[in-house]
Design a protein around this ligand. Sequence first.
Ligand SMILES: Cc1ncc(COP(=O)(O)O)c(C=O)c1O
Length: 391
Amino acid sequence: MDHHYQNKLLRRAWVEVNLDAVAYNVMEIKRHLSGVKMLAVVKANGYGLGAIPTAQTIVKHGADYLGVVMLDEAFELRQAGVSAPILNTGAVYSDQVDYVLDLNLEQMVFQFNVAEALAKAAEKMNKIAKIHFKIDTGMSRFGVHFSKAVEEIERFKRLSHLKIVGAFTHFPMSDAVDKSFALLQIERMKTIKRELAERGIYIPLWHMANSGATLDLPASHMDMVRVGLMNYGYWPSFDVRRPFELRPAMSVKADIVAIREIHRGDTVGYGRKFMAEKDERIAVLPIGYADGYNRKLSKIGQVLCRGRRLPIIGGLCMDAAFVKITDEPQIQIGDTVTLMGSDGAEEISPHDIAQLIGSVSYEVISGFGRRLPRVYMKDQRIDYIHNELTR
Ligand SMILES: Cc1ncc(COP(=O)(O)O)c(C=O)c1O
């Protein structure tokens, strides 16, 4: 193959990532914290923005730890030369513990057999396995039930070649108006910490706060907060305090690839969901539901072009979307359309999309797929393009 494929936009649909915004957000979050450490969650490909560049930017601008949820994600970061401490908050099986040590990870553990396997593997490799003991204070996902945490930590403590460097829990609802359950969780954690101290057991790093709790529940900050969504420029809900500015770091764009003039009675897309009642002008975008632009946006989605807000019509395809541009004669093939992000005074946020499809901004941003090249912006210019398919 003669052509050079990397750093090019072949398919004109892409995710634009503003790394300056990520840097700004991290610094703002850090400034808001009073001396506690910050773990930045970069799981799920950095919430869709790209794990490696976001992790590198985040670490450069002051995060103390990175958080992932699987060994593969940790591998990707280590392979790219990221040497910051990484906590894997996802579960591992006892036959995977060698990877934990090989990748130099700190590992979430709550099952004793996994802790034993880690300790044994560490002994063999002449290492000390570092674990963060997970306490279930109300999420019922991972962790030892809070009522059993103290005795279980004492049992873990007896393992050699294994050090409990952290203890943590997670909030299912820190960003809602009603904080009563979150406050109960904080109380449960503090009680465990106190009971351990009474038994002479000290764990260096206690943490529980996600974005919502980082904003609204300072009592939960303990020694470290674990922030995901806010690094990327989005508030976790409409109900949280907004004590500083966040800059949205992700946009989704596509260039118009075709324009169709249709007439009364013509239909658009699968299912013939749009039927023209008069002459219409339709722009075709080379992006569809297989890229993470949700199929529920057929008929109800909106996009921006030349500072105007325009409706998605017809059934979304796997790789294409239709926009009605009948009243916009200035719009031409090759014009850039913003599906998420801002254009002039108009903005479509992940929250706006989430509300339309009955989801959350987390799902919207992390759902944009690998077929969309990531265009990394620095100083308002393209720094480089990462295309997963042609790399
Ligand atoms: C264990 C854990 N900690 C922290 C976070 C970060 O949450 P947020 O993105 O709301 O800050 C997540 C994300 O879901 C998580 O699973």
